[in-house]
Design a binder for this molecule. Sequence first.
Ligand code: NAD
Ligand code: TYD
Length: 342
Amino acid sequence: MQNVLITGGAGFIGSNFSRYILQKYPDYRVVVYDKLTYAGNLENLCDLRGDPRFTFVRGDIADAALVDRVMREHSIDCIVNFAAETHVDRSLLEPGSFIMTDVYGTYVLLEAARKYQVERYHQVSTDEVYGAKLEGRSVESDPLDSRSPYSASKAGGDLLVLSYYTSFGLPVTITRGSNNIGPYQYPEKVVPLFITNAIDDQPLPIYGDGQQMRDYQYVLDHCEGIDVVLHRGQPGQVYNVGTEVETRNLDMARLILDLVGKPYSLIQHVTDRPGHDRRYALDCSRLRALGWRSRHSFAEALEKTVRWYLENEAWWRPIKEGSYYREYYARNYGHRQVLAKG
Ligand code: NAD
Ligand code: TYD
């Protein structure tokens, strides 16, 4: 592998992964292919701009002609697909773009991967496809039990990817990661939303009772897991990636307020998300068997993340002050009732 196509590489995880790959493999070339939706941001890649091994192409993964041209012109021999619509709350408001990108776009990339006989097609997926896991841990062979349009569209993508292995022998792998936190995460996801609201003394809207649990992992640990699977994973296999430690949302909110130095009274319990999954929990022993370890505890990951947002207001403030974000905020939060305060 030398010429890696990183789709969705201008987003949160994809930009961290692009940087990671260029640093780790001096002989690799990276082409980031990204539509630059509201979540894509060239600022996330600004330090890579002068690197002769890095190219950016603006494009939609559902655009088969452009994908084909990029595959040919850059002699792509590996695709890592991060491109997706990724926010559960938006999938409840407007599911259509999720189907177009996460399902149809994945199909377009798979066809290109097949035509150009790539050495590896890697799909970046999520723990959400297993559905809520109230007890125990999800293993890779568990049935998929999607409950939001986001999760369903990601599950559709996963099934397509696996079908290209079975039907056409395409060397595919899939990782299913838990919630990521770290630099460059768009402030609609809960952790950067709460950090930036706390900095501005704005309420932290906790959905429902706040007892839902997520496994929050540091983004670079996830990137390392994807790298391990890309190079040592078995074609046709799925690998879970997470810390195997779950944190309640309410505890996460309090830890953020402690780190930012703001009072718990900023916490507001608001109307719950419909179909809100109470808990996700992964068993990551298959990936650990390849030698991978999660390096950051939740406390370390959160501390680094809070510090990054405190030091990088110039990155997130223009996003939060923009009309696109404000309209979304009003649409998603405006109608919610305040159930209780911190
Ligand atoms: P993100 O929303 O920050 O970034 C998504 C990127 O994809 C953006 O740059 C956007 O412009 C691009 N994109 C969207 N539609 C596109 C299209 N049609 N064509 C080309 N580019 C398009 O997302 P993220 O949090 O970095 O997530 C990346 C991947 O990882 C997604 O596939 C997501 O499902 C998966 N994932 C995310 C998490 C998490 O906690 N964020 C956890 C597990 C898995
Ligand atoms: P989120 O970051 O949207 O990730 P996901 O739903 O994909 O896991 O949300 C993480 C958890 O935080 C989830 O249980 C929903 C909850 N949450 C809130 O309580 N308030 C919010 O404003 C948001 C965005 C999420």
